[in-house]
Design a binder for this molecule. Sequence first.
Ligand code: AHR
Length: 795
Amino acid sequence: MKLKNYLAAVVLASAISTNAQPAKITVDAAHPGHAISPTLWGIFFEDINLSADGGLYPELVRNRSFEDSDKPESWKFSSGAGGGSTAAIDSSRPLNTFNPHSLRVNVDGAFTLQNEGYWGMNIVKGDSYRLKLAARVADGFSGPLKVKILSSAGAELASGEISGLDGDWGYRTLELTASDSDPKALLQISASGKGALFLDMISLMPEKTWKDHGLRTDLAGALDNLHPAFMRFPGGNWIEGDDLAHMYHWKTTIGDIDSRTPLWNTWGYNTTQGLGFYEYLQLCEDLGAEPLFGISCGIALGDKDVPLSQMGQWIQDALDAIEYANGPTNSVWGGLRAQAGHSAPFNLKFMEIGNENGGPHYAERWALLVNAIRAKYPDMKLIATSSLQDGSHPIEPRPDIVDEHYYETPESFMRRADQYDSYDRSGPKIFIGEYAVTQKAGLGNLRAAIGEAAFMTGMERNSDIVELASYAPLFVNMNHRAWNPDLINFDSSRWYGLPGYYVQQMFSANRGDEVLPVQVNAPMAEVEKSHGQIGVGTWNTAAEFKDMKVTAPDGTVLFQSDLSNGSPDWQKLGDGAWLVKDGALQQNAEKEFVRALAGRRDWTNYTFTLKARKISGREGFLVLFHIAGDEGRNWWNLGGWGNTADGIEFGDTLDRKPGRIETGRWYDLKLAVNGGNVKCYLDGELIHDVDCEKSASVRSLYACASHDDATGDVIVKVVNASADPLETKLDLSGAQNLTGQGTAIVLASASGADENSLDEPTKVSPKTEPVSFSGNSLTRAYPGNSFTVLRLHAK
Ligand code: AHR
């Protein structure tokens, strides 16, 4: 996005003073500004971290269609004593062409087949579960099959029998009602005899689902409690896919579940597509959220693209998706929607083209898709993605909205609180489609939530241009954490929200209708002194490093890498492929965010010298410093941004210059770190001299205010980003009809590092208290690391 020197006509920007005056927030209640976008606060559902299968889509059986691999993954097979039964994947006569694999059991005596689902099946006493499976038999075997739900201790919770199997594929169902509860139950199928049994699509589903629309009740309820105004789906990187064969195509996700094509997900698992396009649209309707559908633009991860001349299918898919969602029942795709159970249109209005794409290849595909869509559906709001490299987006045809993504530290989010004040109001609207504090965040702590809240005050204050925003990612099955942090953490039966979950909820439940101008006078917050380990790393690049040495200011050697017996001194993080070769530490995986750390986390002043050489890939190397946590991203990035620049990243990009790393050449690198100051030398030449702490300093207070038309309330949202309580005077100038009564909803905790957990799900959650004041001013102490929503009532 281009930052322009633009000042909004209505003065909405917060004026910041850094002097030591007492903190003060002034709200101009007499001069409401622009309307707040009614779609501002939404959610982004991506099938990541087993959010769909193993999560919101409540199929209890894992690998129900035996498509996960060439082995019966997730199934435990055992032959009875003395018998010789065996089981293997079979593709000789599939159930249908969409699911080529089935399981063949060569029955010779007794056997059992067990499935524990996604780390245990949540079975609840008195609830019913529907078992459905496809089976056929051969060579003299005829069943029957005994079906049991067993507790993890082996107690029978429900059972039934399937008989009458024959030589043709046919479905059988059983209703199973649980006599007891266990969140770690399993499904067992057993039989005995001789011959062959073929099984496929073995499904066990709870009868109770959210609004009877097939989703896990507690997790859908957790979404509902966020009051989302829109839902972006189904990804993210997931729609891009690892390569052309693994891009997301919505047409393979509709219809009967056995005719949907399972697809390998870039987040490390096979998806059943049980949560398909129809179910997403239904979920949006049930949540009262506008659907915002993301389609593949014909570019897979790693910039692998579909030739322009072959983009026809992608264009047709986009057009047909709109017809499926909105078309009349006598249209081809609208008819299929009606057949699935929804005659009325879903009113899809927002469509995003691609994900995190940029550059000329994206611009060409954007134009093809947009021209075709606008010719047929001129009212569709089309969202372009912005390049991760330089923030640019396609210009022609003009996007209605541009999607920006941010994953940073709490402090860099605080600094972003003002960024939209100066955006060009004549440019496209903004969708902040993904944002989350991911660094210094633990598994999602209060401090991270405070950073997000500070940024969100700026989104609300600028919601004349920021039309939509959604945190990412939304869900994690805690047994498959492919990304951290995630807003809603769950296992088979429980969930908890991060402190940031409550920030999202507090903003959306207290949005207000018009912005009120706000001025904030506040001191700067204390910045934690920098310290930490050193490291080497790469981003989509293979490289090698040698002669790594760290010395103290007095010349004492603090660390000298000894690679004579491998690299035990180095802590490897990310999906790297490390080895020691020819005296160098080599990393050969072209993956993102790969690093190896060494040294101590209490180091503050040191000089780190090394040699580095690029082997292959898209960028150069990373030299890490002041790493105080595994997720830390403080580094000198050489050949970053697609091998175009050289920069210091310390929360933000603090210093960036053009730069390129050549393949095959050894470079001499030196980092002289003195507290917050870092000097970087490349082949003896000083490239960067940056005071990271000073550049990383933040204000203590962030605020926005609005007027709620329905209640007349003045709503003021206040973030105290400092570690200590801050007494602050709130002046509500021009407010004429306040009662002096109100409520304060306060999110705070003893420490910014505090987190929620399955055992303490609401440890960091908002508390509501009454507020009274006289006249138009209210002085209160906002706790350190807190977010407060004040609702001040009108007569
Ligand atoms: O939210 C997780 C991932 O982050 C998304 O898939 C991708 O769009 C972004 O890089």
